[in-house]
Design a protein around this ligand. Structure first.
Ligand code: PMP
Length: 403
């Protein structure tokens, strides 16, 4: 039977960017020892008190259909947290609870784009973005944020593609670059969205993982609350990736329509997951800082190790659980280097190219293994890059032994 073009064309054909990851998993399945710095998932599990709450809620009977837009308690808790963090008046009517940020990204584009509409997004991008936009019926168009500009998107580059576009998707703190968009970048993007009458879809799933500066939600900028759909999630902030609980924040009218969409697609999120999420959010900022702490600590370790050599560059590591390394001095693509590193040292990292052409010649390192193993793998990666760079330059490397 013929399948629809919509589903067969979802990934756009070609490599899905996960080849190194797949190879690493095959090696692990075959019993080999591989240090995996690939996937964006904590090396801790969901905290026991959150699981106890989930258990109690389920035992207490919250196992039937839950209210489709989300429970009143969770919508209220999310709204109060967003209002406190951004200063934008936000009530439960502005919140739809979704099965994770991924479902929220899809729903937000259904809300913003008609079939065939252009949906802009920034390259480098989180790997699912183009497929999500295509799946929602939109025509994805990438706009490069350049390494030369420290991966901050430039409003002029977006403006050049914005005529007639229905939406722009941004992500700060950013996966894969670890960059946090500055006030000026966001103000210019906001002004452009107003001028071009575009929706801004703001993926803020890493908003509790900011190492330098502060997180600025563009929904709080002038005239933006009415045209911004914020995507949030429990996954990264509370180490609840498997619970599949996220949300969309937006104007009440948009949330009403998105609730209709949820009725016809997901039919909501399990009540016991929502109760556990409400409890988790009530633990406050100190708990969120505890979840983020290992990444902050490993970033400091990495900055020290990287500063001791001059072959590999570190993109400003301002937030999220990733580092982006510039390995262009090796003369290799990110993908060739990542396969080489995996084969030689059994260390798995993501090639920059998996996240778009703007990240070519880079590697994304997830800071998601224990500190010792992380530091050792990073040192080996840098030594490997120095060796390859030396070969590339036609001579052996001199004097960049690592501490
Ligand atoms: N956005 C970004 C930028 C991500 O990195 C991820 C997950 N890695 C998601 C959205 C989706 O996360 P979830 O569905 O677990 O909330």
């Amino acid at each position: 039977m013929k399948l629809s073009n919509r589903i067969t064309g979802l990934t756009g054909g070609g490599s899905d960017g996960w080849d190194v990851f797949t190879k690493a998993r095959e090696m692990i399945a075959a019993g080999e020892d591989v240090t995996e710095l690939t996937i964006g998932e904590h090396d801790i599990r969901t905290a026991a008190p959150i699981l106890q709450q989930m258990h109690q809620s389920a035992l207490g009977g919250h196992t039937g259909y839950a209210a489709v837009p989300g429970t009143r308690a969770l919508r209220q808790t999310v709204a109060a947290r967003v209002a406190a963090r951004t200063g934008v008046p936000t009530g439960p009517e502005n919140v739809l609870i979704t099965p994770g940020g991924q479902a929220a990204l899809f729903a937000a584009h259904i809300a913003a784009c008609d079939p065939g509409d252009t949906a802009l997004y920034i390259d480098p991008y989180y790997a699912t973005y183009p497929g999500t936009l295509r799946g929602a019926g939109a025509r994805p168009k990438a706009i490069a944020a350049r390494a030369e500009n420290a991966f901050q998107p430039r409003a002029a580059d977006i403006a050049a593609q914005a005529r007639g576009a229905a939406s722009l998707l941004i992500n700060t703190p950013n996966n894969p670059t670890g960059v946090v968009y500055g006030q000026q970048t966001l103000s210019e993007i906001a002004a452009l969205c107003c001028a071009e009458d575009m929706w801004l879809i703001s993926d803020e799933v890493y908003d509790t993982q900011v190492w330098d500066g502060t997180h600025l939600s563009p929904r709080s900028l002038p005239d933006m609350a009415e045209r911004t759909l914020v995507v949030g999630s429990m996954s990264k902030s509370h180490a609840m990736t498997g619970s599949r609980c996220g949300w969309i924040i937006g104007p009440a009218a948009a949330i009403r329509h998105l609730t209709n969409l949820a009725t016809h697609t997901t039919y909501g999120v399990p009540g016991f997951i929502q109760d556990a999420s409400t409890f988790a959010l009530q633990q406050g900022a100190a708990f969120e800082a505890e979840i983020a702490a290992p990444f902050l600590r490993r970033r400091a370790l990495a900055q020290k190790v990287i500063a001791a050599q001059n072959i590999v560059g570190l993109v400003p590591a301002q937030g999220a659980m990733y580092l982006m390394l510039d390995i262009r001095a090796t003369g290799m693509t990110g993908e060739a280097f990542a396969f080489d590193l995996l084969a030689t040292h059994h260390i798995a990292v993501m090639p920059g190219e998996s996240f778009g052409q703007a990240a070519a010649g880079h590697l994304r390192i997830a800071m998601t293994v224990a500190d010792d193993a992380f530091e050792a793998a990073l040192k080996t990666t840098l030594e490997h890059a120095a060796r390859r760079a030396g070969e590339h330059a036609g001579h052996q490397p001199r004097g960049h032994a690592l501490p």
